[in-house]
Design a binder for this molecule. Structure first.
Ligand code: B12
Length: 214
């Protein structure tokens, strides 16, 4: 099967929320030796964004979003171990990442964590709905170069501000860089809360993370 056919299949799996098709597609991508990053960037991520837009326009129902998210998650789970890791002599840096307290959206954050790993960062993914204090504890414990938080909802963005404040209070802020992302966030929000960097997608995250640790 050609890469173009697999891209169409991956898109269809997410848009139709077809988990079986997602598994079939992922196995074919692995068997054909295609770099999964291309499928994630060219098919899975844009398809999920399309589902999101459909939901916003009331063309797709919440159950429709749920099945799309399941198909996407399954495909990434299967593809992730087959992503070729960059050959680098030395790890670039350590990143602690998670979705902020109160927010269970984790598809984008997982993609970001995967890409950072692929490009040579050591990534500690704390998961989703992560209490602010847990981020602070992990910074104290792991002394990462970067802390990244994802927020998809206007109601959870405030947690990113709180994290900046708590890191400052704990005397930990000066030694690290902070990054934010997720659909609710913007560069303006990063500036407003004193966060070092906003990134739009996984590729942008890798580029900016490399800049931050220079
Ligand atoms: C999928 C989805 C779900 C799934 C989540 C499944 C999962 N495991 O993640 C389900 C169905 C469970 C869900 C539930 C809910 N959802 Co929802 N969901 C979405 C949807 C449609 C797509 C999100 C997504 O996965 N996009 C695809 C990925 C690839 O993109 P991404 O997340 O933006 O990530 C990219 C970048 O943002 C960036 N990035 C992401 N994280 C990070 C982190 C860092 C550090 C950096 C640097 C970059 C970065 O890189 C990523 C990769 O390119 C969005 C719509 C939208 N437009 O975003 C609504 C949306 C986020 N959901 C919404 C809502 C309201 C909810 C619910 C409250 C619904 C309900 N009534 O129950 C619940 C949330 C409960 C909770 N407490 O969190 C609203 C939020 C509105 C708002 N502004 O506050 C949205 C915007 C839909 C809408 N238009 O109303 N949802």
């Amino acid at each position: 099967m050609s890469k173009e056919d697999l891209i169409k299949m991956a898109r269809r799996a997410v848009i139709e929320g077809d988990e079986e098709l997602a598994v079939e597609m992922a196995n074919k991508v692995i068997a054909e030796g295609i770099n999964p990053v291309e499928i994630i960037n060219e098919a899975l991520s844009p398809a999920m964004t399309e589902v999101g837009d459909g939901f916003a326009n009331e063309e797709i129902s919440l159950p429709g979003v749920l099945v799309a998210a399941d198909a996407m998650t399954k495909a990434i789970e299967l593809l992730e171990p087959h992503i070729p890791v960059q050959e680098i002599a030395k790890k670039l840096g350590t990143v602690v990442i998670g979705t902020i307290e109160g927010d269970i959206h984790d598809i984008g954050k997982r993609i970001v964590a995967t890409m950072l790993r692929v490009y040579g960062f050591e990534v500690h993914d704390l998961g989703r709905d992560v209490p602010i204090d847990v981020f602070v504890e992990k910074v104290r414990e792991l002394k990462p170069d970067i802390v990244g938080t994802s927020s998809l909802m206007t109601t959870t963005m405030a947690g990113q501000k709180m994290l900046e404040e708590k890191l400052r209070k704990a005397g930990l802020r000066d030694n690290i860089k902070t990054m934010i992302g997720g659909a609710a966030t913007t560069q303006e929000w990063a500036n407003k809360i004193g966060c070092d960097c906003y990134a739009e997608d996984a590729n942008d995250t890798v580029l900016k993370a490399k800049e931050l640790i220079k």
